[in-house]
Design a protein around this ligand. Structure first.
Ligand SMILES: CC(C)(COP(=O)(O)OP(=O)(O)OC[C@H]1O[C@@H](n2cnc3c(N)ncnc32)[C@H](O)[C@@H]1OP(=O)(O)O)[C@@H](O)C(=O)NCCC(=O)NCCS
Length: 371
């Protein structure tokens, strides 16, 4: 038995939800480039859950259901008020999502109807929780979700308490589409491992949020913004990045386990970053990002991933940097739940082996004889 570090190249599940083949990402066989330009996030959610794009009445029904479930139980909001104001936003989201199960009477109902309903609830409630936590820690009251609008619109509205500009809704919607699913990424894998024990969907999504939090996965978008803030100016890009490269420090937002010739999502976010900069009349973040890319790609051959340009986009949308990874979760919960439902459909416990590299032929030494 020989271990493969990081399970690189190991095919661990069959899935018909999304694929990465020759560097091309598809959701249910549709190229992400096409979806990024044409689809709404709700259409993508339906596509991931049902394997086909919705017709008008199916889409209307999904939007209505999402609206119906978007309110979060009062006990969960009361819980958010008890969290430390400086709590890590992903830790807060993880805890709040876990607590949702306590107030859902069908949390442990494993019928496919109940599991689908819980997927809709989770998709509807994550944006409400993230927006509510962001407001509560600033001493503000949460804003109740609106009915009949999409998730991007509702999230920005609940976050600010104001009607968002159409351009902001469009940008957020596209970012959600681009983050929705990504084959067997680390957080999706952890959600499948959890539910493959026949544990409930809330446990699966809670595992996934904990996994997404790390800076090698979803946490990279916040880490990119921390870096941009540290750099501070266009002139400082070169010395800052050169110093990191010389000292072999990883540059966040670059590199990928699967894509070696570039992440197909990055170009959409780069365009969005440029457009938002033009609209704002301030190209600094975009230009800094372009310069970083030129240096890192030029010297290391590493290309930006989905997290790199999303950092400048979200900042230009006025979103605090520690909400970037929770926003990733608001989108990726669509993929997690699609994978969880797929796992339940044809389940087998996921239990790999380890290559043992510890000592052998040891014996118990009584406590009194140990040095
Ligand atoms: C995404 C990531 C975790 C993939 O990791 P991986 O497949 O295990 O690849 P490794 O970490 O083993 O990297 C392979 C080599 O490339 C280098 N490398 C990878 N990403 C790098 C980065 N962002 N900056 C600088 N060097 C990097 C590693 O140092 C390593 O070099 P070495 O062989 O000389 O030691 C990795 O590229 C990374 O940490 N990127 C930054 C975090 C990030 O943006 N994550 C979001 C992913 S969507």
């Amino acid at each position: 038995m020989t271990a493969t570090k990081g399970l690189e190249g190991i095919v661990a599940a069959k899935s018909s939800i999304s694929s990465i083949i020759d560097g091309v990402l598809t959701y249910q066989g549709i190229n992400i480039d096409e979806l990024a330009e044409k689809a709404s996030f709700e259409e993508v959610v339906y596509l991931l859950w049902h394997g086909k794009l919705p017709n008008q009445s199916e889409l209307d029904e999904l939007i209505a259901q999402l609206g119906e479930y978007a309110s979060v139980p009062a006990e969960v909001i009361a819980g958010l008020r008890l969290y430390p104001k400086n709590a890590n936003s992903m830790a807060a989201l993880r805890t709040a999502v876990s607590s949702l199960a306590l107030y859902d009477a069908e949390a442990n109902d494993m019928s496919s109807e109940a599991n689908y309903r819980k997927a809709v609830k989770l998709q509807a409630q994550l944006p409400t929780i993230v927006a509510a936590f962001a407001r509560i820690r600033e001493g503000k009251d949460p804003v109740a979700p609106k009915k009949g609008v999409g998730i991007a619109h509702n999230f920005l509205y609940m976050l600010t308490g104001e009607e968002p500009a159409p351009v902001a809704i469009q940008a957020m919607d596209k970012a959600l589409v681009l983050h929705a699913d990504h084959e067997l990424n680390a957080s999706t894998f952890s959600s499948r491992v959890t539910v493959a024990t026949l544990s409930d969907i809330y446990s699966g999504v809670t595992s996934a949020i904990g996994t997404l939090k790390g800076p090698l996965h979803g946490g990279a978008n916040e880490a990119v913004m921390i870096m941009l803030d540290e750099i501070g100016s266009l002139e400082n890009v070169e010395p800052y990045i050169q110093n990191k490269l010389d000292n072999k420090v990883k540059i966040m937002g670059f590199g990928h386990r699967v894509y070696k010739n570039g992440d197909p999502r990055a170009k959409h976010l780069m365009q969005m970053s440029r457009q938002l900069g033009e609209l704002k009349g301030d190209m600094t973040l975009y230009e800094m990002s372009i310069k970083i890319e030129a240096l890192v790609t030029g010297q290391k051959g590493l290309k930006p991933n989905v997290d790199f340009y999303s950092a400048s986009c979200y900042t230009m949308l006025g979103i605090p940097r520690d909400l970037f990874t929770p926003i990733f979760a608001i989108s990726r919960v669509s993929g997690w739940t699609a994978h969880i439902l797929e796992q339940y459909e044809d389940n087998r416990l996921i239990r790999p082996r380890a290559e043992y590299v510890g000592p052998v032929d040891q014996h118990y030494v009584p406590l009194s004889q140990r040095g």
